[in-house]
Design a protein around this ligand. Structure first.
Ligand SMILES: Nc1ncnc2c1ncn2[C@@H]1O[C@H](COP(=O)(O)OP(=O)(O)OP(=O)(O)O)[C@@H](O)[C@H]1O
Ligand SMILES: [Mg+2]
Length: 357
């Protein structure tokens, strides 16, 4: 998030909302209510939708903050992504709860051993935590589809023991019992739904507790634009709001682009207007409107790099995106050392390039 004059931009741009940003998260009240009520009946909930439809934001910026505020139930929420090490990431999140009778420095290893030993590993770990009657543990697995790429790599390495299947089994066993209060919520791109059939029991669990994220209505989109501005007392012209809604059309894929354009327009407005005028059409046009905002921002960032860094930049972007057989792009979490290897660059050069974007 960019700060101008020490004031923070209320629009996150291309990234998803975080759980500490619920004050600027708008337009999803009905969906939050729906998911919360689903959670009463199901311990395994999957939030599904197309790429960029707002799954992670809805869960992190909308649902989780409401849960932690509950009174009858005391939620311990852990948030993870599978990345290249789903089991370790799960163990780390559980260890960070600090509720086991094990020294902090040994907790992760201790948990990992339990998780590896049996399908009931996650249940056992939570059972050993000293939880009160109202305590609930919610493990949120964001970008669950990363697990399918991980599984393919595992297969390519002909690994004997499938850690991806172990990970899924742990989640399924934990949510299929009622002895300890474990809940799982995952976000996953709907175009990966069929990959779930690769894991025993996963399709059934998904069928029981799925939530397909709906397209935002005109009114909700209006809230997305005006809500964060009103929240911080920033004026925005009605003409701009209507223009944004018009430019958005009926396409759902535009949410990231709208968000990026709002972030850029706000930065421009703060920099050049110092609040004399409400944020308006002039500022929006100055950043190239929705049709240009993204490419001009990327071009600006790319051209600010010298020739050597531009080379590093191209290699890094190629490494971070994997195009599947069906032409679906999928994020490929890649450790820094590997990016350095691929781009033949030093760690600080890769970091400098990434920070430009
Ligand atoms: N309620 C909202 N209000 C404003 N912007 C939103 C909202 N929800 C999502 N966005 C924006 O839409 C974009 C996509 O959001 P997010 O990353 O949450 O989607 P996603 O479905 O998880 O994407 P992916 O398929 O890449 O995981 C981001 O730019 C985010 O800031
Ligand atoms: Mg996401």
């Amino acid at each position: 998030m960019m700060a101008t004059d020490g004031i923070t931009n209320p629009f996150p741009g291309l990234r998803s909302f975080e759980s500490n940003e619920s004050d600027r998260f708008f337009g999803r009240d009905l969906q939050i209510q729906d998911i919360l009520s689903k959670l009463k009946d199901n311990r395994f909930i999957s939030v599904l939708g197309t790429s960029g439809s707002g799954k992670s934001s809805l869960v992190k910026g909308g649902v989780l903050p409401r849960l932690s505020k509950g009174k009858e139930e005391d939620w311990s929420i852990r948030l993870m992504r599978p990345e290249n090490q789903p089991l370790q990431n799960l163990a780390r999140q559980l260890a960070q709860m600090g509720k086991l009778d094990v020294p902090d420095e040994d907790a992760e290893e201790y948990i990992m051993a339990l998780l590896m030993r049996s399908r009931m590993g996650l249940v056992q770990v939570v059972e050993e935590m000293k939880l009160g009657a109202s305590d609930r543990v919610l493990m949120v697995v964001d970008q669950f589809e990363e697990l399918f790429r991980y599984r393919k790599e595992e297969r390519a390495q002909k690994s004997e023991d499938s850690l991806s299947a172990k990970f899924v089994n742990l989640l399924l066993e934990a949510t299929g019992q009622r002895k300890v209060p474990i809940y799982v919520m995952l976000t996953m791109r709907s175009d990966f739904l069929s990959d779930c059939t690769d894991f025993h029991g996963l399709p059934e669990a998904i069928n029981d507790g799925q939530y397909l994220i709906p397209r935002m209505t005109h009114t909700e989109l209006r809230q997305v634009i005006t809500g964060p501005m009103q929240q911080y007392g920033y004026p925005i012209s009605n003409v701009l709001v209507n223009r944004l809604l018009y430019d958005l059309g009926s396409s759902m894929d535009q949410l990231p682009i709208l968000q990026h354009a709002l972030m850029r327009t706000w930065d421009y407005w703060r920099q050049y207007e110092a609040n004399a005028e409400p944020m308006g059409i002039l500022h929006y046009e100055a950043i190239g409107t929705m049709s240009q905002a993204l490419s001009s921002h990327a071009d600006e960032a790319f051209h600010e790099l010298d020739e050597e860094h531009q080379r590093v930049c191209k290699r890094v972007f190629q490494a971070l995106t994997q195009i599947g057989k069906e032409g679906r792009g999928i994020r490929r979490p890649t450790p820094l050392w590997q990016l350095c290897d691929i781009a033949n660059a030093k760690p600080w050069e890769v970091v400098a390039v990434a920070e430009k974007f």
